[in-house]
Every structure is written in C-alpha cells, then in structure tokens.
Design a protein around this ligand. Structure first.
Ligand SMILES: C[S@@+](CC[C@H](N)C(=O)[O-])C[C@H]1O[C@@H](n2cnc3c(N)ncnc32)[C@H](O)[C@@H]1O
Length: 285
C-alpha cells in the first residue's frame, strides 16, 4: 500500500468514527511513523509502506479512532514554538494559553527591576512556566500543582528545556504550599474552569483523556477564580499583575468577581478567534 492509499483509507475510517479533521490527523500520524515532516508526505505519495510501518500505523490509527488525542499518541505537543512532553497526567496545552504566555513575558519585559519572579498556579505540563522562563531570561518561576503525576511530566519538560535553575516546582494545594515570604511580580494561571456537570458533555478527547483535576472548576466553574481573587493579592507585589485564562462566556462573571474583591481589571484579552479569554488585573488603585 502506498502513502496516498493509506491516507485515503485511514481518513475514511477516522471520519466514520467522528474524529475531527481526519485527513490532517492521519497525515500527522503517518509523518510520525515515517519520521518525516508532514509536508514531505506530499512528495512521497507513491512510496510503498513496509509491513512493520503499516502495522505501527494501524495501531496508532485505531487508538485515534477510540478518540485518544493525537498529542498523547505521539507523546508531545508544541506550545509557543517549544515541544512539550504530554500524557494522560496533564492537560494538553491549548493554543489560547499561548496568548497568556505572551501577555506574561511582554509584561515582564516592561519591568525595570530584575530579576523578576512569577507564580504559575496549576502548572500541569509546565508549559506556561517553562515558556515564560525561556522568553524571560532574568525571571524565576515557581510553579505549583496538586497533582504529583502532573509534576513528573513538568519536571521532564524542565529538563528537556534546560530550565532547572529557574523553574521550581512545588506539589500541593494552591496557595497553601506557596512560600509566604515570596512576593511575585506576576501570578499566571489557567485554572480548571469547566462546571462539574458539563464535563460529561465534552468531546471524548477531553472528557476521557484530560485529567479531571485539570478540568473541574466546581459547580459553576468559578471555584478557582474566587480563590485567586481572595488570596492572590497577598502573594503579589504592589505593582504586580494577575493574569488568568478563563472559559468562553465566563468574562462577565469573572470581571465582576475580581472587581468586587477590590482588584482593578486592566484588560480582558481576546484569543485568536476573537473570544475574550484572558483577564489581566492588578491589586487595586
Ligand atoms: C487547566 S490545567 C492547566 C495546566 C497548564 N497550566 C496549562 O495551561 O496547560 C489546571 C491545573 O491545575 C491543577 N490543579 C487543580 N487543582 C489544584 C489545586 N488545588 N492546587 C494546585 N493545582 C491545582 C491541575 O492538576 C491542572 O494541572
């Protein structure tokens, strides 16, 4: 069977299984098996696949048909142009979170006092903490997560990017494990924000493969924002900022929550599809 035959047949198969963008998914899996950039497949449509290559590909396509995310199957994903190891223990980094990372390093670049310190609340794979450290050479990031298994992945990612000196992890429940003597220039967080009852309605790739701990934001999805609004200020410098990602449609409630708690909401930034997704607040005037 040739590259083109395999692409066509597997695309039909994944399409019948309800997988979105089936052709792209097949091409990415095939490129992974053949260890070549996806675009190179187009120059190799007539190349015949060996039996071992076909066997490997069939296994991967079957996994994808069962709605396992592509990123878990290939074991990594790109975030802010850097590769991060991912598995079932961490949320797969999302494109909208790249915007949060960009806002973070842009703000850090405006600070004249250096070195600077950042807290990443709920670090997961470590993607935000590590991308910020990579882009802000005088910044130290303290990253906390309640999931020990997520931190195993985050530590592997820190080693992968050689950031062990400037990214420090701490396991435990949010602010309870943050050193109270530290005062941060910036707190970033992409906290769990899905209302508990909505998790069952999500796509299987998310519902069955992202860790529940990374999704569940309590009854109304706002549990972690209440916590950050109530306790964040005590960990921030006076001129510091809090930058948070939130879910689609949560903007009104979240802005009100922070304003009522005495924060000044500076900006609500939109993602690449024009939806409001990032709140930037300072401790008050
Ligand atoms: C939505 S994920 C974000 C992961 C990563 N920052 C990202 O943007 O891809 C939220 C993370 O918060 C962590 N988390 C949940 N409850 C927590 C708590 N009480 N304290 C610290 N981390 C918590 C989860 O384990 C998960 O890794």
């Amino acid at each position: 069977m040739t590259v083109l035959d395999v692409i066509q047949r597997s695309t039909d198969f994944l399409s019948r299984k309800g997988v979105e963008s089936p052709r792209l998914q097949v091409e990415l899996l095939l490129a992974h098996v053949l260890q070549m950039p996806r675009m190179k497949l187009y120059l190799n449509f007539d190349r015949a696949l060996s039996e071992p290559e076909l066997d490997t590909l069939r296994t991967l396509i079957r996994r994808r048909a069962e709605r396992e995310p592509l990123q878990h199957i290939v074991g990594s994903t790109s975030f802010c142009g850097f590769e991060f190891t991912v598995n079932r223990d961490v949320l797969i980094p999302r494109p909208e979170t790249e915007l949060l990372a960009e806002q973070a390093w842009s703000f850090l670049a405006t600070l004249t006092d250096s070195p600077t310190t950042v807290l990443d609340f709920g670090t997961g794979s470590g993607c935000l903490a590590i991308a910020i450290a990579l882009k802000s050479p005088t910044t130290t990031v303290h990253a906390v997560d309640i999931s020990e298994s997520a931190l195993v992945v985050a530590r592997a990612n820190v080693l992968r990017h050689g950031m062990g000196e400037r990214v420090h992890f701490c396991a435990g429940d949010g602010f309870k494990v943050v050193d109270p003597s530290l005062s941060f220039d910036l707190i970033v967080s992409n906290p769990p924000y899905i209302p508990s009852a909505e998790i069952a309605t999500l796509e299987p790739e998310v519902r069955d493969f992202d860790p529940r701990l990374a999704l569940d934001g309590g009854t109304d999805g706002l549990e972690f924002y209440r916590l950050l609004a109530a306790q964040g200020r005590a960990h921030l410098k006076t001129a510091g900022r809090l930058m948070l990602e939130f879910g689609e449609g949560q903007q009104g409630e979240i802005s009100a929550l922070f304003t009522n708690a005495g924060w000044t909401v500076e900006t609500v930034a939109k993602d690449y599809t024009g939806r409001e997704r990032i709140l930037i607040a300072r401790p008050g005037d």
